[in-house]
Design a protein around this ligand. Structure first.
Ligand SMILES: *Cc1c(COP(=O)(O)O)cnc(C)c1O
Length: 438
């Protein structure tokens, strides 16, 4: 299967090309030439399979030009070495816990899959040309991407990782999880917002000379490999539900959204035939999308800092993919709605969930609250647990008034020094920095 550029439709690349390039010409996003889809019988067979085996089947049509089933199986086994767990909250609500990976956030799925794919593609290329292929991963993070990408790539030979993040705008523990590794992981604390960081990444990609010199690649959620990996846990959620429910026609997913990668992956799963009735895209005060769906006007405001800070994004970079899917009819327009949840509601929802016996964190709380608003009688609501509550220890403890313990992954890095360099929100400085080390 080929992937084409949504802005410059003539640009078509294989999966490996799309993964290595990240973004297409004119900053266009890659999108599959055709959407694989499974009939009901095949879906039922898939749902009965174990997670890794099913994920190989789901991913294979997208990657078959570049990876054999055996190679894909090795990558998926390695990347998805932790579970996605569906936990009931009440009779018609469940959370899909996606935070059991090494950095305790759903981004481990995409980050690890992408790292293993790139590693495989680099090795193939080095073998073919006899010259060692070197890459630079440049990425911007509003929190969890940085950790997932850093851990996924740490120690991989010939891949240099440079991660930018808005200084002082992510939690200390989040920061510690990716700035303390060293080695091939370099981190830049930028004096600006996440959107500023993201704009600098885009600018770097537009700079042909720079991109070629350092072998530039992005690991943001714009990278198609990350999205495809995320499709797999929607299948896993429905598989787990299918063991306890006979009617799968009323499943609604509420997705806490920032860059809308997670929502895009869910829409892929639906377009492929997975029984999902509809989606609710839950945002915090950064409500560009809910306003857009209501008014038809795309008017990003300045980014607002919230306690669900991984969703502090006012110009979500995956939106063109969502828009394409809705406009082309891959997914019906009325299958996506969007709700913005404010800070007060987020806090009171964390408390509400605690009363139901579930300790949560602000991102999942935003999604749970959005379900409360819009789920109808008879529907079954699944909201995504995108991060472990301990990643937001300070804010969660202050809301619920009780201590929560740190899992081992966090305790290990909490005492390590931060190795980041400070940088102004200035592309020239970033360029010099990237070239200086070549
Ligand atoms: C990244 C992130 C999100 C937002 O996901 P998108 O795919 O960017 O919409 C939500 N919650 C947490 C905890 C995250 O790290």
């Amino acid at each position: 299967m080929k992937f084409y550029n949504l802005k410059e439709n003539d640009e078509q690349v294989s999966f490996a090309g799309a993964v290595k390039q990240g973004l297409g010409k004119n900053q266009g996003l890659f999108f599959p030439q055709s959407m694989p889809s499974f009939d009901e019988q095949t879906i039922n067979k898939l749902l009965a399979m174990p997670f890794v085996e099913r994920s190989v089947q789901v991913l294979h049509p997208f990657v078959e030009e570049d990876l054999s089933k055996a190679e894909l199986t090795e990558i998926v086994t390695d990347a998805f070495n932790f579970p996605a767990l569906l936990q009931p909250i009440s009779t018609d609500r469940a959370i899909l816990e996606l935070f059991h990976g090494p950095t305790l956030a759903f981004k481990d799925f995409g980050g690890r899959f992408m790292a293993k794919c790139l590693q495989a593609f680099c090795a193939k290329e080095s073998e073919k040309t006899g010259v060692e292929k070197k890459l630079t991963i440049l990425t911007a993070t509003s929190g969890d991407t940085g950790a997932a990408v850093a851990h996924a790539f740490h120690g991989i030979e010939n891949i240099r990782v440079v991660i930018m993040y808005p200084k002082g705008k992510i939690s200390l523990l989040q920061e510690k999880m990716f700035t303390t590794l060293g080695g091939n992981i370099e981190t830049l604390a930028v004096d600006g917002s996440f959107d500023d960081c993201q704009a600098m990444v885009k600018q770097a990609f537009d700079d042909k000379e720079l991109a070629d010199t350092i072998g530039l690649n992005s690991a943001n959620s714009i990278n198609i490999s990350r999205l495809l990996a995320q499709v797999c846990y929607y299948f896993e959620a429905v598989a787990q539900l299918s063991r306890v429910k006979s009617d799968l026609s009323q499943i609604v997913f509420s997705v806490p959204s920032g860059n809308f990668g997670n929502l895009t992956a869910g829409l892929f799963a639906k377009a492929m035939g997975l029984p999902i009735k509809r989606f609710i895209a839950a945002t915090n005060a950064n409500d560009t999308v809910p306003r857009y769906l209501e008014t038809g006007e795309w008017q990003p405001h300045d980014t607002v800092a919230t306690i669900s800070n991984a969703m502090d994004v006012s110009n979500p970079n995956n939106w063109p993919r969502v828009e394409h899917m809705l406009k082309s009819g891959l997914v019906a327009q009325d299958c996506v709605s969007s709700v913005s949840i404010d800070e007060e509601q987020t806090q009171s929802t964390v408390i509400q969930l605690t009363k139901l016996g579930y300790i949560s964190e602000p991102h999942a709380a935003v999604a749970y609250k959005a379900l409360q608003y819009s789920v109808q009688e008879g529907e079954f609501g699944v909201f995504l647990g995108t991060a472990h509550p301990a990643k937001f220890k300070e804010v969660v403890e202050s809301i619920i008034g009780q201590p929560i313990s740190l899992p081992k992954e966090l305790a290990d890095c909490a005492g390590e020094p931060i190795l980041s360099k400070d940088m102004a929100s200035d592309f020239g400085q970033l360029r010099d920095y990237l070239l200086a080390a070549v």
